[in-house]
Design a protein around this ligand. Structure first.
Ligand SMILES: [Zn+2]
Length: 302
C-alpha cells in the first residue's frame, strides 16, 4: 500500500474488492480521527471524503453580496474586509441571533423574492413589487419600497442615533449586510471627542450603530412579510410602536445580561457606553438606571 499526496492508492490488503482512490494526505488524516483503517474504506466513503475536502464553490449572488458589503464597509471604515471577516461580523453579539440568521440568508440570497418566482407557473408576477412595479430585490424591500414603511423606520433609527449626525451615513444594502463590521474611522472619533467631550463614545457608539442598523433592517423585513403574507396594513403609529419595542427589547436584554448574569464592571460599562447617550436625550438618568427596568428609549420618567 502506498500513501502519498495526490497519488493513486491501492487497497489490495483489504478484504474488499480491489479499489483505487485518489486523495491527499490531509484527507487521509481526517479518516484517522474516526479510526477507520485505510484498507476498509469503501469507494463511496472515499468519494464523499474527497468531495467534502474540496472547498464549496461560492454562489454568484453570494459573491456579489459580499463585494457589495465589502465596498460599503470600506466606505465607512476606510479598510477592506475579507470574506471571512464579513461572515464573522454577521455573528457579532451586538446582532441578535434571529437577525444574524436573516443577514446570513440575505447574504446568500435565499429568501424567495423577485427573480426566484419567475420560473414558477402562475406566480411569475410576484417577481415585481405590486406597489412600485419594479423587480423585487432585497435592497428595494429594505430601503426603497414605498409599500413598506422603510423611510419611517430608517428615520426613527436616525433619530435614535444620539451622536454627531455626520457619523450616521446613508444606508444601503452593503451597509446592512456588513453592519457587524462597521466601526468609526479614527479621525471621526477624535472629532467627535472634541465636539462632545464624551470619553466613552467609540466602542459604545460602534455597538449602538450595529444594533440600530440590524434591528431596523429586520423590522422592515418582518413588516414586509406581514403585509405580503398576512395582508396586514401597518399604520404609522404601529410602526413607531414596533420600532421602540424592538429597541427596548435590546436595551432590556442588555440590562438583564449585565446585572443578573455577568454582574461585572466590564459588562456594566459596555451597556452604559451603548445606551446612556440615547437615554440622556429624553430623560435625566440616575446613576443606577441600569438596574431600573422602567428606563426605556422613548419614555420620559422624570
Ligand atoms: Zn416596492
Amino acid at each position: 500500500m502506498t500513501e502519498e499526496k495526490g497519488t493513486v492508492v491501492s487497497t489490495r490488503r483489504s478484504n474488499y474488492p480491489v479499489r483505487s482512490v485518489c486523495f491527499s494526505a490531509t484527507w487521509w488524516l481526517r479518516f484517522q480521527h474516526i479510526n477507520q483503517p485505510l484498507a476498509t474504506i469503501s469507494q463511496k466513503i472515499a468519494y464523499l471524503g474527497i468531495k467534502e475536502h474540496q472547498p464549496p464553490i461560492p454562489h454568484l449572488s453570494t459573491t456579489k453580496n459580499l463585494q457589495t458589503a465589502r465596498l460599503a464597509i470600506a466606505d465607512f471604515n476606510d479598510a477592506l474586509e475579507t470574506d471571512n471577516t464579513i461572515w464573522m461580523g454577521i455573528r457579532k453579539k451586538s446582532i441578535r441571533t434571529h437577525i444574524q440568521q436573516f443577514l446570513y440568508k440575505s447574504m446568500h440570497s435565499t429568501h424567495r423574492i423577485g427573480p426566484q418566482w419567475r420560473h414558477i407557473p402562475n406566480y411569475e408576477d410576484r417577481k415585481f413589487c405590486s406597489t412600485c412595479n419594479i423587480p423585487k430585490s432585497m435592497d428595494h424591500i429594505l430601503i426603497y419600497c414605498e409599500a413598506t414603511p422603510c423611510n419611517t423606520i430608517w428615520s426613527l433609527a436616525k433619530e435614535t442615533w444620539p451622536h454627531a449626525p455626520h457619523l450616521w451615513r446613508d444606508i444601503n444594502l452593503g451597509t446592512i449586510l456588513g453592519c457587524g463590521c462597521l466601526t468609526f474611522p479614527n479621525q471621526d472619533i477624535e472629532q467627535h471627542h472634541d465636539q462632545n467631550r464624551h470619553r466613552r463614545i467609540p466602542k459604545g457608539a460602534t455597538r449602538l450603530l450595529q444594533i440600530l442598523i440590524s434591528e431596523a433592517a429586520h423590522l422592515i423585513w418582518v413588516i414586509r412579510c406581514e403585509r405580503v403574507i398576512q395582508d396586514h396594513t401597518h399604520q404609522e403609529s404601529e410602526t413607531h410602536t414596533r420600532w421602540f419595542h424592538a429597541i427596548n427589547t435590546r436595551l432590556t436584554n442588555d440590562k438583564i445580561i449585565a446585572t443578573l448574569i455577568k454582574q461585572d464592571k466590564r459588562a456594566f460599562k459596555l451597556v452604559r457606553d451603548t445606551w446612556e447617550p440615547v437615554l440622556r436625550k429624553t430623560m435625566d438618568l440616575p446613576n443606577d438606571w441600569i438596574f431600573n427596568r422602567e428606563v426605556l428609549v422613548g419614555r420620559r420618567l422624570w
